[in-house]
Design a protein around this ligand. Structure first.
Ligand code: AHR
Length: 323
């Protein structure tokens, strides 16, 4: 298994290593982790790094894959409560519908940490949330497009993430608000691709068909890299050049988007670190062992990468690390 240290360096998150990453404090603790599923390369990497982080700290991690279903997550969390775990981590598939189960965890005195997505529930029902600023991710992607097309008219198609999830809601908000300030940029179509490669391809095929073969589409903004990779395939299948005829901008920073950049088929990505577990376990360590309340929101970095940022090197640093 790869080590967290390697992944931290690969993802530019070495600074996190200094924050008590290998404390003994969680040794023997039982922590439940309700993961959404494996819809994307990023999600697979988050699962890998979480397991690796837990192992490095001697945590007994109870892992549950919800296969994209909130009901499975709620069932898993109830199971963790019944087992009397020391803490629960959850990556919530959608924002709403958590109040009851989070209340049950609170009543059982089990701290809950949210990973990578938020919930629409009272803040006192969870200990902390470790996630990126998802509105900012959309803004960074939108600003890249503005800086790239300048005053050229640009018709954009948008492939959204899972309906009702905070990254889909917030990445749309950030991007749409950024480009709304530029009258020459318009968002022609917007539809969910559910954060998967296959659905991203299918949605892009529909956009190309609806837009008379795609020649008028200037750019595709996908809420994650996997959907962008699917869109790239659809653009090629339509006889157009991704990265040139249609600009491609997305979010995550997975190895496949860097290899698409090397091939000249992708133009920009906003990195999302898969290491949510490191800060989450640090917070749980401090809380369970000393009663220290963490910040309510622990925000990870959102760095823009383009072909000017050594995409081959970025690919090499990430491949084989769980993506
Ligand atoms: O919540 C984070 C998002 O979920 C990632 O960007 C995406 O790839 C995923 O599946």
């Amino acid at each position: 298994m790869f080590t967290f240290k390697k992944l931290a360096l690969a993802a530019g998150i070495g600074a996190l290593l200094s924050s008590a990453a290998y404390a003994e404090g969680l040794k023997g603790k039982v922590i439940g982790f309700s993961q959404i599923g494996s819809e994307s390369g990023w999600r697979a990497a988050e699962t890998s790094v979480t397991k690796s982080q837990a192992e490095d700290r001697g945590v007994d991690l109870k892992f549950a894959d919800a296969q994209q279903k909130q009901e499975n997550q709620i069932k898993a969390i109830r199971g963790f409560i019944a087992q009397g775990v020391d803490a629960i981590m959850v990556a919530p598939v959608v924002a709403t519908g958590w109040d009851d189960v989070l209340t049950e965890a609170k009543e059982a005195n089990i701290p809950v940490v949210l990973l990578d997505r938020g919930v629409d529930a009272p803040e006192d029902l969870y200990l902390t949330s470790v996630a990126s600023d998802q509105v900012k991710e959309g803004t960074v992607a939108g600003q890249w497009l503005i800086d790239t097309v300048k005053d050229k008219p640009c018709k954009v198609v948008e492939i959204e993430g899972t309906v009702g999830s905070t990254p889909a809601i917030n990445r749309k908000k950030g991007f749409d608000e950024a480009v709304a300030a530029v009258p020459t940029i318009s968002i022609a179509r917007s539809q969910t691709g559910e954060f998967t490669r296959s659905k991203g391809k299918e949605v892009m095929e529909g956009f190309i068909k609806a837009e008379g073969g795609g020649k008028d589409i200037c750019a595709v903004y996908a809420h994650n890299d996997d959907m962008a990779v699917g869109a790239i395939q659809a653009i090629k299948d339509a006889g157009l050049k991704p990265g040139t005829d249609i600009l491609v901008v997305s979010i995550d920073g997975v190895p496949d988007i860097f290899s698409a950049m090397v091939a000249g088929e992708a133009n920009a990505t906003v990195e999302l670190t898969p290491n949510m577990a490191g800060p989450a376990l640090d917070a749980l360590d401090a809380y369970l062992n000393g009663g220290t309340m963490p910040e309510k929101f622990i925000i990870t970095e959102s760095k823009l990468y383009t072909p000017a940022d050594d995409p081959q090197g970025e690919y090499d640093r990430r491949k084989g690390l769980g993506y």
